[in-house]
Design a protein around this ligand. Sequence first.
Ligand SMILES: [Zn+2]
Length: 261
Amino acid sequence: MSTSTATANLRLQVLDTGLIQCADYALYSPAAPPGTEVEMSVRSYLVEHPDGLLLWDTGIADSIAARPEGERLNETHVFRVPVTLRGQLEAIGRAPADIGLLGLSHLHIDHVGNLDLFPGATALMQRAEYDAAYGPDAEALTYIPETYAALDQGKIQKIVGRHDVFGDGTVVMVPLPGHTPGHQGLLVALPETGRVLLAGDLAYSVADYAAGAVRALNFDLDASRESIDAAKALEARGVEIWLHHDIDAQREIATAPGYNG
Ligand SMILES: [Zn+2]
């Protein structure tokens, strides 16, 4: 199958999976003065491929939606969920059981909420992420194992390097390590929009990405810079880079029930 034929049937639904209210953006952005308050978007993505559905990240837990004031994690972070993942899937005619594949950029708390909705799905992640998140130093590496305890370890597929999910070049996992040991992005070839890199936590804003500014608390700062450079090499070849935590950039991108074709 040629790439153009394969691409013709591909669609991407962008799902709003929560808000992070942060009272100290300097924790994320090296350019931010300490104490800067920001709201950060959270996104998950439903990739509709003729051979199956892939959900990329599962956002902040739907259970928080019951509390409009949100859930306070600590002194600097409140999570809110104005609309649930389940409700957004229902609105586009999808049930959680329809989703056979989960792809995880990494296993931080705001990317693994709602895994309990998908007990039958196979989860794709980098082996380096698995080893870190399920290893003896998980907490020290900033993971919270109970937030992904719902993942069936027998249904985890560990990937090393690039991985062409459907075998036709339209949906490809791309390692972008640094934020965490096995952080990765998803490169999706859409028929009209063109190629898009769902870049996860590669950077927290378009400005930081452009400046190559890396969060000081990342696992590996050199690898983080190399991953930004790798994304810029893709961008130079026409790929759009989507940074899901940049709420201003995300306002420009249609969320479900609209879709990106
Ligand atoms: Zn994140």
